[in-house]
Design a protein around this ligand. Structure first.
Ligand code: NA7
Length: 541
């Protein structure tokens, strides 16, 4: 009898997909049901949902409107699902994704509670070998990452966190059973979209909420509300039109950016247009003028309007000034939308603390210490964002040709071709990878386009009996240049603290990561590449 069990034989697949959120589910459906491939999805969580599996913090809700936050590939699916609110909350999105998974019988090919800890390309066999935390090995010809852009929590390394006597949570790893804030002194660090959503909800039950703000932020009211029967009926009747709009604009949303400049109208008309957009609410505020993200002076008019709104809502002038002391153009960082965020600072039990002027120095056993003061706390909420876009990929410990680690290939920042493939990593596809529009687009739209492109590419390879596809170095170089040029043509790089640039994670290279040339343009570029026999990729048998 051998004294050690032999390692189980590696399980072999045509394709392995990592992640069971919007991307992974649709990629599985396409490869399994349309191409007939033998596919397995590996998912760390014990359910589907991706980002929405993990993000269950108070107030967690999508900022895209529900009728735009869908798959659109199936008219039947689109018509049979009914959202209840203008912006779906995390629980409703999980219900939707479970419905999709059940409707297309996807769960039988998903391995839950299976975390990938390594992936290595075997050149001789032309296969990817993927290892799981449990020590299992699976192999496949194609490896497709569907890990999302915002799934690696950024918990700042404040000294003393281990000794904190209370409870602490990162919003992206929220306990499924929820957190009871009743009667507690709560500290919330971070005023991005997440902090802005969570603040009003936590303030309702906490004894006291202290919000620690490093960078002040704009926010526009979401005006969330239940959907009316008329609106629901309109959505069902307009699947094709909604899809057409989302596919033909820059940001994948179900609205167009107005084709007028801020300078085409008088200052009074501008004010009226901004007031109307404020009353309508949501991300559409960006759509009032086409040059809002191109011309700093045009942007200033929106910025001033929004800062005045803060000053008019927040009663305490010192707090109002701190909230309105915003250092970047409107929408150069991801623009949050909110429900009563600024008004929450009028509550007796809410305090704003400026940690730009007096940074957080340490977490103490009883709370948090800034350079200026000590704050006793029972609970600390880290709404401190993510190691965005590259973090989830680097965490997988991927090694390509000749064992080259992805971390090494991306030492100076991510370099990819179309955000789809990395040179030196054959048959690896990165859904919504850095270098693609991803987070600058309504995510389901960006995801559907990538998944369909990858599916068509694999179908093309199978038909021609090609076994390997790899991005070429010169194509990568040119694409990186295009990504930089697209960003530099906008005001986006002016937000120096933006996670689009990797600026929120100490030591991370500052590279503008998403492609800012617009989703419609990007879609066309990808289609042209495919039509020109996958120009920029090397295909071989
Ligand atoms: P964000 O947008 O990255 O926001 C994180 C916030 O946390 C932001 O205000 C940061 O300030 C703050 N932060 C991060 N580290 C620290 C430290 N060390 N000290 C103080 N404050 C800190 O993440 P979100 O989760 O809100 O949103 C992510 C995306 O999810 C969102 O854009 C949507 O696309 C969905 P900073 O601005 O870096 O000065």
């Amino acid at each position: 009898m051998p004294d050690v069990n032999p390692a189980p034989a590696a399980r072999e697949y045509d394709a392995l997909i990592i992640g069971a959120g919007f991307s992974g589910l649709y990629q599985l459906l396409c490869l399994r049901d349309r191409l007939g491939l033998n596919v397995q999805v590996l998912e760390a969580g014990d359910g589907v949902g991706g980002t929405w599996y993990w993000n269950r913090y108070p107030g967690a809700r999508c900022d895209s409107e529900s009728h735009a936050y869908n798959y659109t590939f199936s008219k039947e699916l689109f018509e049979e699902w009914e959202w209840t609110e203008r912006y779906p909350d995390h629980a409703e999105i999980r219900r939707y994704l479970n419905h999709v998974a059940d409707r297309f019988d996807l769960k039988k090919d998903i391995r839950f509670s299976t975390r990938v800890v390594g992936a290595r390309y075997d050149e001789a066999a032309n296969r990817w070998s993927v290892t799981t935390e449990a020590g299992e090995t699976l192999t496949a010809q194609f490896l497709i990452t569907a890990v999302g852009c915002l799934s690696t929590a950024n918990v700042p390394k404040f000294p003393g966190l281990e000794e904190f006597g209370g409870d602490w949570y990162h919003t992206g790893q929220w306990p499924h059973e929820g957190v009871d804030f009743t009667g507690k002194r709560v500290g919330l660090i971070g005023t991005g979209s997440t902090g802005i959503q969570a603040t009003p909800v936590i303030a309702e039950t906490a004894a006291h909420l202290t919000v620690f703000q490093r960078t002040a932020n704009y926010s526009v009211p979401a005006h969330n509300a239940p959907l009316t029967p008329e609106f629901k009926a309109w959505v069902k009747e307009n699947h094709a039109e909604i899809r057409r709009i989302m596919h033909s604009n820059t940001n994948g949303q179900a609205f167009f950016i107005e084709d007028r400049s801020a300078w085409d109208v008088t200052p009074e008309q501008r004010q009226t247009l901004y007031e109307a957009a404020w009353a309508k609410g949501g991300l559409q505020f960006r759509a009032v003028f086409r040059d809002m993200l191109l011309d700093k002076a045009a942007n200033d008019t929106a910025a001033e309007f929004l800062k005045n709104k803060i000053r008019s809502i927040v009663k305490d002038p010192v707090t109002a000034a701190l909230l309105a002391d915003i250092d970047h153009p409107y929408a150069a960082k991801r623009p949050p939308i909110d429900t009563d965020y600024f008004a929450t600072f009028n509550r007796e039990n809410v305090t704003l603390v400026d940690v730009r002027r007096a940074p957080i120095e340490a977490i103490t056993p009883t709370g948090l210490r800034t350079r200026d003061a000590e704050y006793p706390l029972d609970i600390i909420v880290f709404a401190t964002g993510y190691d965005a876009m590259t973090g989830p990929l680097l965490k997988l410990n991927i090694a390509g040709r000749n064992g080259l680690p992805l971390a090494k290939a991306w030492e100076a920042g991510p370099r990819s071709y179309l955000g789809l493939q990395v040179a030196g990593f054959p048959n690896l596809f990165t859904i919504t990878g850095p270098g693609s529009p991803s987070v600058l687009c309504n995510m389901p739209v960006a995801i559907e386009q990538h998944v369909e492109w990858i599916t068509d590419c694999i179908a093309h390879m199978r038909k021609r009996e090609l076994a390997r596809i790899e991005a070429q170095t010169d194509a990568v170089e040119k694409w990186v240049e295009q990504v930089n040029d697209a960003a530099n043509a906008t005001l986006l790089p002016q937000a120096v603290s933006s996670w689009y640039l990797g600026a929120n994670v100490p030591g991370k290279p500052r590279i503008f990561m998403p492609y800012a040339g617009g989703m419609a343009r990007y879609r066309e570029i990808c289609a042209n590449v495919a039509a020109r026999n996958y120009d920029g990729f090397a295909l071989s048998d």
